[in-house]
Ligand binder design. Sequence first.
Ligand SMILES: NC(=O)c1ccc[n+]([C@@H]2O[C@H](COP(=O)([O-])OP(=O)(O)OC[C@H]3O[C@@H](n4cnc5c(N)ncnc54)[C@H](O)[C@@H]3O)[C@@H](O)[C@H]2O)c1
Length: 241
Amino acid sequence: MTDLSGRKAFVTGASGGIGAAICARLQADGATVWALDARPATGEQIGTFVEIDVKDAQGLSRVVRQVIEDAGGADILVTSAGVVEDDVPAEELGADLYDHVMGVNLRGVFLTCQAFGRTMLEQGSGSIVNIASMSGNATVNFPQRQAIYNASKAGVSALTRSLAVEWGPRGVRVNALSPGYIDTPLNHLKAHQHQTWKDRTPLGRFGTVEEVAAAVSYLSGPEAGFYAGAELLMDGGYSLW
Ligand SMILES: NC(=O)c1ccc[n+]([C@@H]2O[C@H](COP(=O)([O-])OP(=O)(O)OC[C@H]3O[C@@H](n4cnc5c(N)ncnc54)[C@H](O)[C@@H]3O)[C@@H](O)[C@H]2O)c1
């Protein structure tokens, strides 16, 4: 167990499969958790729910300022809010869908890191974990076509490294965790592809949300204190092919 006692942790995408598990794990490891999402949890709500739209720069900045003031600071941020296009051939993909996927996955991560990062920089301490994806390496996805998701996640990885360089000297660590296939609502539309994904994974299964959450907790905490700009890949070996 990572000891996160006394830490104030904020998780976006907190009502989703991976985000909810991260909230539960950070809380179990001792953190006080704020659960940020566009919609409330359908199951048990872990932590204090705060409604946000990560694409809305002004609204996000206002809400984050207020929630940090109420909390009295911010120690950990995990950005897990994300969306994926269904299997869409790149030549047919419309600009609106492009804006939506890039807006949540890359613009949203940037705006959220910025909104929390300002306070962490003032404090001189903080730890950010961005949920990227093995899909940032676009060639590994099969059989679905999801060009914009892949590009957005490559952007999250690159953004993570840039923020780590800018903010590391001022006490803020920024890292990424890149999962392979995890069974969550994000993938439910693609149920007919699940067996293909498992067959192409050397470990022969999906990862669990608990496995992702354990790695996020570690990366966010003091034992991972020398990680900066790192990307932990957790994909059961999928991208080794
Ligand atoms: N499930 C996987 O196989 C997998 C693999 C690699 C990476 N990821 C990444 O993990 C993260 C979490 O995915 P998940 O599997 O839990 O998906 P999910 O669909 O279960 O959860 C995503 C959450 O993001 C929230 N969200 C969407 N748009 C938002 C917005 N504009 N503002 C605020 N919240 C918004 C949704 O309400 C939802 O609760 C995503 O970034 C995803 O890309 C997932």
